[in-house]
Design a protein. Sequence first.
Length: 88
Amino acid sequence: MHRKNFKVYTVILTSGLLAGTLVGELLARFLPDGVAKGFFTTSLNGVFGPLSIDLAAVALTLGPLTISVSIMSLVGVASAAYLYRAFF
């Protein structure tokens, strides 16, 4: 039962981040330049990597992985969590 909750929360988090990012990109495209556009479209970026694993037979390089979080992505996560709790 605990795994099911983790999977559901992962899907909710991912869908909220994607929906919030989409809305943020739309706002960036259609809002005029100003304070509101700067507030809703400014994001913090975290970069991880690259991660290299070199074994004798196999070499693997992952990355870099970039995570970008903005106000609209946080609003998307909160909205997805609210909708999940309201309907399920």
